[in-house]
Design a protein around this ligand. Structure first.
Ligand SMILES: Nc1nc2c(c(=O)[nH]1)N[C@H]1C(S)=C(S)[C@@H](COP(=O)(O)OP(=O)(O)OC[C@H]3O[C@@H](n4cnc5c(=O)[nH]c(N)nc54)[C@H](O)[C@@H]3O)O[C@H]1N2
Ligand SMILES: Nc1nc2c(c(=O)[nH]1)N[C@H]1C(S)=C(S)[C@@H](COP(=O)(O)OP(=O)(O)OC[C@H]3O[C@@H](n4cnc5c(=O)[nH]c(N)nc54)[C@H](O)[C@@H]3O)O[C@H]1N2
Ligand code: SF4
Ligand SMILES: [Mo]
Length: 882
């Protein structure tokens, strides 16, 4: 089979990949020719080949749980939408879409809603992700336009990561920075994050500020720059306005370094060090992500940061700029086609009558939607109270990812017409669907995506979709035809759609809108297929794309001047208090992607951090009686969840961190968003995911256990229950308050299967163990105890054996590895499967003292490099304990 070049479906870095399909899996290697990654890849991208296959895929359309033909399903969707529109008007239907759709999918969904249904109720999960950055750019620069390129990170002398854990979330970009730092140690790196994250591994300075206090920091920086004669007066005079008001607000909020230090709860010396670095380093890029965006004042925080770049003229030139890192692979593409409820396609504004008229003429309709639709959180409120009667969800899992998740689920339960297009059979949102549409996904879809640096890349298919799955653009187009809009939806391929999208971007543009890829409007199918990665704008004047925007100091505002805006910092909307004394911070871990529907399909990615956890400072753990490895119940006014306790001095006292990833599909009671409130930024509508007051208490189960089984099981046991797909077996971690009267009988009733059973029970001590073998091969092993359970990794290794001899069987029930058995321990390097124990032993026995030496001895860290911060941590611990 020939190799296909495509892009990764995960983060906004947008890495190019080469794929060679094989039987049921595919060999995935990084594309050395792709400018985003130049031959690098991270742990998630490297494991993509193992996430393919039909298992757990949604293969057929369904209505009310019954499989139907596409003809019936499409007719049903169109019929439901039409009847709601006829009875209640166009405002009563909504689409909730995703930055994981391809630009072509997105374009037709937006066109159908805003142009033909005639309402603007299409919003996207990018609302949860980028909308604060979008608004900050639009307010200051005049358009949602990221000025920088990745190469600016290598050309800078100072990089400031604000609310970004890029080492785990944009790993290949981070690797590019780390490589540059090795080459040029004088490159300064500052991380602004309440937690010490793996991103701090290469940082010269880490500001562990008070959660939510960033606006004081950047207001403080602006007023400091003014005091220290650090303003670029020439640039300000020629290309901006608004300095005086912005500066007055900054001075009022953060007049001095001590004032900033107090507001941010930082040592004044650290604040001063950061401010001086910024003052003296012309080539500065400030990168930001969800630590700023996901806030009830996320837009203001972005503005305060951009103000500092405008005030110093550090924008539009090599090695400089305010750089919002986009999260999803096509967050940018969605912004380009108008996937947000308050924007039109091709960066045109819904409030602008000329733009509406232009778009209507282009689409051949009398008018397009004239008022903004509901933003994501409000959209589900409107579903809950019945203003929206039909909702079509595509490529997103809102029951897990929206704040106050139980309300979202209740809203969907109460809604009569819930249509879900997804590629998996099981997700918390799929479970709420009335009509299910099987979507094709990565590997099966063709189209384009735009990464964080405005680079458009082709995603190419290399597999046929399984069953009856179809690409999203096809599904939307077919529904549009059935709604009577066939003439405007004649598309027969993604290339047809792309040409229209490109033509619209250039339509009556004349330089008025930066987003212009008009020069690509005439690509024929072959040229579209072969399209090389290119950064927009792509115009007749810039046919090979544009590296940097605003190089001429001319901004996208009416008068061409950028706007500095006053920012009056606000604390998070709901402060911690007596009843809920800790601040919940949520986010990502290295090897999981969002709600895990793809990353949990490969054991290579589930083993790094197998269980939902709560990261807490040891001092807080003491205060709240929590022990390392124990369980905790977190509660907020909205709900509760259970998680494994992880003591970590990297956590800021007073706040705890919980990953956003676990859903009911993989854990009984571990959804972070059951705790969060539907509080949003008043301008962007982005939820405050990084700040929810909670209480954390020990959960002391009567029994704990685990079950390892060769085949997946449906088990209804335990209050704490986590399913961890593992290599060659499924692992279930369990704990509960109510204990079955007799474990042996429980096993007989629930786990029976053919083969040879071995059992050990000590009811007085609350201990029970059993195992099932078939033809000498281990099929299942189940352990229960009041506390201490044996390590799981060596037991798991036994599933790889073809035959367990007597010694092995003895060790099984004894709960101890037989002597001589190598126990690798918790995996650290997922590429080469190198475990914690192996690392610690090798460091000790071979006297390894550097990451490079570990790489030579064990290969760990030498492929994707995502584990390097952790290797360094393990080295430091080993040296410390030595
Ligand atoms: N492995 C992995 N990578 C991903 C994803 C994934 O699911 N898994 N998802 C992708 C997507 S869609 C996105 S949006 C990006 C997100 O990428 P990031 O924004 O880098 O990731 P998060 O972990 O959500 O949050 C970043 C950091 O914000 C910090 N933070 C919390 N509160 C504050 C605060 O008040 N101030 C500051 N300065 N920082 C704060 C958190 O401690 C956290 O370390 O990741 C992308 N990449
Ligand atoms: N507490 C908390 N919550 C958060 C965040 C946080 O930091 N903290 N971050 C927020 C952010 S930034 C984001 S981006 C969201 C992400 O949250 P979601 O978008 O809800 O999460 P995903 O798991 O990526 O959901 C994608 C769904 O699309 C399906 N899918 C994959 N490919 C395709 C396809 O080609 N077509 C179709 N139709 N379906 C497909 C997948 O199976 C999956 O069900 O979460 C947000 N929620
Ligand atoms: S950094 Fe990793 S997850 Fe992001 S695009 Fe590249 S390979 Fe994919
Ligand atoms: Mo995101």
């Amino acid at each position: 089979m020939a190799e296909t070049s495509t892009v990764c479906p995960y983060c906004g870095v947008g890495c190019g990949l080469r794929v060679e399909p094989g039987d049921g899996r595919a060999a995935v290697t990084p594309d050395v020719a792709h400018p985003a990654n130049r031959g690098r890849v991270c742990s998630k991208g490297a494991a993509l080949g193992e996430t393919l296959g039909e298992a757990d895929r949604l293969l057929r359309p369904e209505i009310g749980g019954t499989p139907v033909s596409w003809e019936a399903a499409l007719g049903e969707v169109a019929g439901r939408l039409r009847s709601v529109i006829e009875t209640h008007g166009p405002q009563a239907v909504a689409f909730y879409v995703s930055g994981q759709l391809l630009t072509e999918d997105y374009y037709v969904a937006n066109k159908l809603m805003k142009g033909f249904i005639g309402a603007a109720n299409i919003d996207t999960n990018s609302r949860l992700c980028m909308s604060s950055a979008v608004a900050a750019y639009k307010r200051t620069l005049g358009e949602d336009a990221v000025p920088c390129s990745y190469e600016d990170l290598e050309q800078a002398d100072l990089l400031v990561f604000v609310g970004s854990n890029a080492a785990w979330t944009h790993p290949v970009l981070y690797q590019r920075v780390a490589a540059e730092k090795r080459r040029r140690p004088e490159l300064r790196v500052v991380v602004v994050d309440p937690r010490r994250t793996p991103t701090c591994d290469i940082a010269d300075l880490h500001l562990a500020l008070r959660p939510g206090s960033d606006a004081w920091l950047f207001d403080g920086l602006l007023s400091f720059l003014a005091r220290e004669d650090g303003l670029n007066r020439a640039f300000l005079d020629a290309h901006t306005q608004g300095l005086d008001d912005a500066l007055a607000a900054a001075r009022a909020a953060a007049p001095s370094i001590p004032a900033v230090a107090a507001a941010c709860e930082l040592p004044a010396a650290q604040v001063a060090e950061f401010f001086r670095l910024f003052l003296h380093t012309e080539k500065t890029v400030t990168l930001w992500s969800q630590g700023l965006n996901q806030s009830s004042s996320g837009v203001d925080k972005g503005v305060a940061l951009i103000n500092c770049h405008l005030a110093t003229g550090r924008i539009g030139r090599p090695g400089m700029g305010p750089f919002s890192l986009t999260g999803q692979p096509n967050a940018m593409g969605g912004r380009e086609v108008g996937g947000l409820a308050n924007q039109l396609a091709a960066h045109m504004d819904i409030e602008d009558a000329d733009a509406r008229d232009r778009l209507a003429r282009f689409w051949g309709v009398p008018a397009v939607a004239a008022t903004p639709g509901f933003k994501a959180v409000d959209l589900f409120e409107a579903v809950a109270d019945g203003r929206i009667k039909a909702v079509w969800i595509m490529a997103t899992n809102p029951v897990v990812s929206l704040p106050d998740g139980e309300r979202v689920r209740a809203a969907l339960a109460a809604c009569e017409h819930v249509i879900v297009s997804d590629c998996v059979r099981g997700s918390d949102t799929v479970a709420c669907a009335d009509v299910l549409l099987p979507a094709a996904t990565w590997g099966e879809k063709d189209g384009t995506v735009t990464n964080s640096e405005r680079r458009i890349s082709r995603m190419r298919a290399f597999l046929p979709p399984p069953g009856e799955a179809r690409p999203d653009w096809w599904i939307v187009t077919e529904v549009a035809r059935r709604l009577g809009h066939g003439d405007a939806f004649t598309f027969r391929s993604p290339a047809d759609i792309f040409r229209e999208h490109a033509a619209l971007s250039g339509f009556e543009n004349g330089g008025a809108r930066l987003f212009d890829i008009g020069a690509l409007a005439d690509l024929d199918d072959a040229a579209y297929d072969a399209l090389a990665p290119v950064q927009w704008p792509v115009t007749p004047a810039t046919p090979s794309g544009t590296t940097r925007l605003f190089a001429d100091g001319c901004f996208a505002t009416a008068d061409g001047r950028a706007l500095l805006l006053p920012v009056a910092p606000r604390p998070p909307a709901v402060p911690a208090g007596d009843e809920y004394p800790l601040v919940l911070n949520t986010g990502r871990i290295r090897d999981q992607w969002h709600t895990m529907t793809r990353t949990a399909r490969t054991p290579r990615l589930t083993t790094h951090m197998p269980e939902p956890f709560v990261q807490i400072h040891p001092l807080d753990a003491d205060l709240w009686h929590l022990a390392e490895g124990g369980l905790a119940r977190l509660s907020s006014p909205h709900g509760g969840m259970l998680a494994r306790v992880k003591l970590d001095a990297a956590q800021r006292p007073g706040s705890v961190f919980v990953p956003m990833h676990w859903s009911e599909t993989y854990a009984r009671d571990a959804r972070a968003n059951v705790l969060t409130a539907a509080v949003t930024d008043p301008v962007s509508g982005q939820p405050e995911f990084k700040h929810a007051p909670v209480r954390v208490e020990p959960f002391r189960p009567d029994w704990t256990g685990f079950l390892l089984s060769r085949s997946p099981l449906e088990i209804a046991l335990g209050d704490y229950r986590v399913h961890i797909p593992s290599r060659g077996f499924h692992r279930y971690e369990l704990a509960g308050e109510e204990e079955p009267e007799d474990w042996g009988r429980w096993v007989q009733a629930h786990l029976l299967g053919p083969g040879e059973w071995m059992e050990y029970a000590d009811p007085a001590a609350g201990r029970y163990r059993c195992a099932r073998l078939r033809d000498g091969r281990l099929e299942l092993v189940f352990f229960v105890a009041p506390g201490n359970l044996p390590e799981r990794s060596w037991l798991g290794q036994m599933f790889a054996e073809d035959y367990l001899d007597d010694v092995a069987r003895m060790s099984l029930l004894a709960g101890r590895p037989s002597t001589g058995m190598q126990v690798a321990g918790r995996p650290v390097c997922s590429c080469f499967g190198v475990g914690f124990n192996t690392l610690v032993e090798a460091i000790d026995e071979q006297g390894l003292t550097s990451v490079e030496a570990i790489g030579e001895a064990l290969r760990a860290g030498t492929n994707c490099g995502s584990c390097i911060p952790e290797l360094r941590e393990i080295l430091a611990q080993a040296q410390h304990s030595a």
